[in-house]
Design a protein around this ligand. Structure first.
Ligand SMILES: [Fe+2]
Ligand SMILES: [Fe+2]
Length: 300
């Protein structure tokens, strides 16, 4: 079914994993255009590793879209040696929030905006939740076992070396703090409105079950959030990180994985990355039968 024609009232669109350090992805970002002056764009993390690249991309998008909402990915939170900004952990995140504020881009630290256009009103909830090594594949019962297995398979996430949790003692402690802070924010929302939840990492483990390396799931989310789509009455859930763009349904709620991913990944699917996904107004109804499972993909 083709999506409805864009209207002057605009739409709520989403994209993630722009990874603009790749020249082809930078060109794609440079060429992104809204379908209407009223469009909003949700950017669900992994814009880039260097703060200057994140700033360039978000400024470029904010010049075109009526509202831009950002949630951090793991790549923004790396501290690569070559970046002029050597802040780590929470300080790096807060610095990125300030960069966004200087651009007029909304973050998880700002009041949640309400999309009042077609398909609204809904509260748009950008979140920064991280992961806590609780997405474990079948047959693995502890974080230690999962990490050892990933090292043996040569499939260790770079976060282990570049994503520092300072001042928290661990990434799981930072995740726990983020989950608790986000629950407090969500408790204060207007409970009469449904929400669009926006997070870099999937909120439940199901989407990770088609990863080529099942052990990579430990860096992909937290079990604390597996019922949030029901608990907060989500109209839709937006995420990325897996570099497996697709639409799935859990409990009748639409989950949109909106990654662009690396050039070698999107070239397998076509000549160019897919454009931003339309979240609202909704373009699809729940399928009668489950969609076909795509082939496994590489480590994000
Ligand atoms: Fe990514
Ligand atoms: Fe990611």
């Amino acid at each position: 079914m083709p999506p409805p024609a864009p209207s002057l009232a605009g739409g709520l669109y989403a994209i993630s994993d722009l990874h603009v350090a790749y020249p082809d992805n930078r060109a794609f970002t440079q060429n992104l255009r809204p379908t209407s002056e009223a469009d909003w764009l949700l950017v669900a993390g992994d814009v880039a590793e260097h703060v200057s690249d994140v700033e360039w991309a978000l400024r470029t998008l904010k010049e075109r879209y009526a509202t831009v909402v950002w949630a951090p990915g793991n790549h923004e939170l790396w501290t690569p040696k070559e970046d002029l900004v050597q802040l780590r952990g929470e300080e790096r995140y807060r610095h990125l929030v300030e960069v966004c504020r200087s651009l007029g881009v909304l973050t998880p630290e700002d009041p949640y905006p309400v999309w009042d256009g077609p398909g609204g009103p809904v509260t748009v909830v950008p979140m920064f939740l991280l992961y806590d090594y609780t997405f474990l594949p079948d047959g693995v019962s502890t974080k230690e076992e999962a990490l050892a297995g990933a090292y043996s398979a040569g499939a260790v996430c770079t976060d282990e070396f570049l994503l520092h949790p300072d001042p928290y003692p661990s990434r799981e402690a930072w995740c726990q703090a983020r989950v608790e802070a986000t629950e407090r924010r969500l408790a204060d929302r207007d409970a009469d409105l449904p929400v669009v939840l926006v997070n870099h990492f999937p909120l439940n483990q199901e989407p990770t079950k088609i990863l080529r390396y099942p052990l990579f799931a430990q860096w992909c989310g937290t079990r604390h959030t597996e019922n949030w789509h029901l608990r907060y009455r989500a109209a839709a859930v937006v995420y990325g990180h897996l570099h497996i763009p697709r639409t799935t349904w859990y409990d009748g709620i639409r989950f949109e994985e909106v990654s662009v991913g690396y050039p070698r990944e999107w070239r397998r699917r076509g000549n160019a990355p897919r454009p931003p996904r339309q979240i609202l107004p909704p373009v699809a109804a729940p399928p009668v039968a489950p969609p076909p499972v795509p082939p496994p993909i590489a480590v994000p």
